[in-house]
Design a protein around this ligand. Structure first.
Ligand code: AMP
Ligand code: MG
Length: 306
């Protein structure tokens, strides 16, 4: 794709209809929120979420914020108890993200939460993102719409400069009002913990653990409890082999060697291996190109001695 292949359409019914069509087809689309421009994809579709990582060229998988229309849509995917309800009532729609326990059986792709049992959710205040959520009728995973390592975009032309040619559409809603990422608060037991300061001030000090839950840090991120061996071409004694391409294994990330499919399947395959009766996990070699870099990063972290 060259930069000309990225359409820019001013926010309005035509832009939202086209964005909703692309998202239903599994593509990521840049759309303004009141904080920064987000790169939105269907949070229930693993390959669509993998395309966010592919477009951003992000070398690692961090959990993404899921955007919903309101508290009742949030309650369909997360345990939304009194503290969460009160904060949502006061601050939604708006730039407050709540990290909540993921509801069992919620139809959220495991790549969205990076395999964690918690999920970060907010209801955005920008009419363009709200209209898109209404049109799609599904929760949307949306990190900032910039290439990995670049600053967050507050105008359509920032998105174009960073992701032009890598995404099909930018919905242009003019400059964003806040230009600062949302406040993130974890409500996962005990008192609320501030994980990222932002536009909503709840009078909380930044939690120490905020550090470990920040992008790229291992900390609480999902890692299997069994030893994991990389670059395996066959299973050793009492190992569950996760295959890829020509290495079949007990299960496979992608029989055809497709990295997008492998990224979408990664956390499910790891959970499945962990739940097996084998005492160890082995994973076939994954190429280091494209999404393979993020897959290998996650596998190396999971294999690191703890
Ligand atoms: P972004 O979507 O780029 O604004 O970044 C999302 C932020 O939310 C990152 O700092 C993540 O580490 C954080 N986050 C998302 N989900 C979770 C979660 N389940 N637990 C803790 N932090 C989370
Ligand atoms: Mg970002």
């Amino acid at each position: 794709m060259s930069a000309q292949n990225t359409a820019i359409i001013a926010y309005g019914p035509e832009a939202i209809a086209e964005a909703a069509r692309l998202i239903a087809a599994g593509e990521p689309v840049a759309v303004p929120t009141e904080t920064v421009y987000g790169l939105a994809a269907d949070a229930t579709n693993g390959e669509a979420v993998a395309r966010i990582y592919e477009a951003k060229g992000r070398p690692n998988f961090n959990p993404l914020i899921v955007h919903v229309r309101d508290a009742s849509q949030a309650a369909e995917i997360a345990l939304f108890e009194q503290q969460a309800r009160e904060l949502a009532e006061r601050h939604w729609p708006g730039p407050l993200t709540l990290v909540l326990p993921l509801r069992e059986g919620a139809p959220i792709a495991s790549l969205v939460t990076a395999g964690l049992p918690t999920i970060a959710i907010r209801a955005p205040a920008h009419p363009a993102m709200q209209a898109l959520l209404d049109a799609v009728g599904r929760p949307l995973a949306a990190p900032s719409a910039n290439a990995s390592g670049r600053i967050s975009p507050t105008r359509a032309r920032h998105v174009l400069a960073s992701l032009g040619g890598r995404i099909p559409l930018i919905v242009d809603g003019g400059p964003t009002a806040l230009g600062l990422e949302s406040t993130i608060v974890a409500l996962t037991g005990g008192p609320p913990r501030l994980l990222r300061p932002g536009p909503v001030d709840l009078g909380l000090a930044l939690a120490n653990e905020g550090r470990i839950e920040a992008p790229g840090q291992l900390g609480s991120h999902y890692a299997p409890a069994k030893p994991l061996r990389l670059d395996a071409r066959g299973a050793g004694a009492d190992e569950w082999l996760i295959g890829f391409g020509p290495v079949p294994g007990n299960s496979s990330l992608s029989g055809s060697g497709d990295l997008l499919e492998a990224a979408a399947n990664l956390f499910e395959r790891l959970h499945e291996a962990e739940a097996s009766t084998a005492s160890g996990i082995a994973v076939a070699p994954i190429p280091a190109t494209g999404l393979g870099a993020a897959i290998n990063d996650r596998l190396r972290r999971a294999a690191a001695p703890r």
